[in-house]
Design a protein around this ligand. Structure first.
Ligand SMILES: [Zn+2]
Length: 312
């Protein structure tokens, strides 16, 4: 081979090698090319019980004290949840950040509201700085990261590169310990640590209703375990724990709904069991998959899980 050809081949191989080694951090950068160009979805027709609040958000009362706030025009069809007690309210996730969520919440309640994000990806903390009180899960890694009660998500925690956004500055008012009930006044909620999608991912358990607000851990959509911090092993151990402790009539309220209508996305224990079976099969090297990166494992007609190459 002539010298320029050899140099070209070496450079190309190096680029491919570096690209392969860095695939997890490159994936959100590549996604940015796709997402930034994308226009918002056209406003869809709403299902019965769902109403617009402004041009971006929808509201749906799941019961008299629980409201799903949807973004059916967003890429990931985000859903945040407002849980009202008698004394205070918690907003689980703070929207995708394409429109300010705080006036929508102001319209729904006069109670003091504290925001608790399921995790720190950009599409779950979009309006978080527009709320006066923020709670985070009391996890050792987040505690260690906060300086003087202020936490700024890292590149990998936030992934704002997808939409060319800078991470928010979180002034943490309260640290909620996993497993310890938080009293909203006549209503208790409990943080559960549910890693897998990211290491610091949490869900919010409502013991009176048997509802688990499950963030990105389980939602009717592709489940992402291939992004930075995602882990099939963590997904599997969370699934083992949840299948062991949750009651048979649990309802999972997810944070995205890419597959269906404008209603809040609901899954049930059978879905978690299906997911759990696939995660166990992945661990044994027996699960069917397609694609190279991410590896796509089908679960059932509502779920599939996307994993990094070789992650078992
Ligand atoms: Zn996420």
């Amino acid at each position: 081979m002539r010298r320029p050809v050899i140099i070209f081949v070496v450079l190309l191989a190096t680029a491919l090698g570096v690209g392969f080694a860095m695939r997890r951090t490159l994936a959100p950068r590549l996604a940015a090319l796709h997402v930034e160009r994308g226009e918002p979805n056209a406003p869809p027709p709403l299902d019965p019980g769902v109403a617009w609040s402004g041009e971006w958000y929808t509201v749906e009362h799941l019961d008299e004290a629980t409201i799903a706030i949807g973004e059916p025009r967003s890429e990931g069809r985000n859903v945040s949840y407002l849980l009202l007690g008698n004394a205070r309210a918690v907003l689980f996730d703070a929207g995708g950040g394409w429109a300010d969520l705080s006036p929508v919440v102001d319209d729904l309640t006069d109670l003091p509201v504290i925001v608790l994000p399921s995790h720190l990806h950009y599409d779950h903390v979009g309006s978080i700085e527009n709320f006066s009180a923020i709670a985070l899960a009391d996890l050792p890694e987040l505690r260690a990261q906060a300086r003087g009660g202020v936490l700024v998500p890292t590149f990998e925690q936030f992934l704002g590169v997808v939409v060319a956004r800078e991470p928010p500055t979180l002034h943490v008012a309260e640290w909620w310990k996993p497993g310890e009930p938080v009293d909203l006044g006549g209503r208790e909620v409990v943080v559960r640590h549910t890693p897998g999608h990211t290491p610091e991912s949490i869900s919010l358990w409502d013991p009176a209703r048997h509802w688990l607000f499950s963030g990105d851990y389980i939602s009717p959509r592709p489940l992402f375990a291939f992004l930075p911090g995602g882990s099939i092993g963590a997904y599997r151990s969370t699934a083992r724990t949840l299948t062991a402790v949750l009651p048979g009539d649990v309802v999972f309220w997810g944070a995205h709904d890419e597959l269906s209508d404008t209603l809040a996305p609901q899954l049930e224990l059978a879905d978690l069991r299906d997911l759990s079976r696939v995660l166990e099969a992945i661990g044994r090297g027996e699960a069917e998959a397609s694609g190279f990166f991410p590896r796509v494992y089908p679960v059932n007609d509502r779920l599939e899980i996307w994993a990094d190459i070789g992650d078992r």
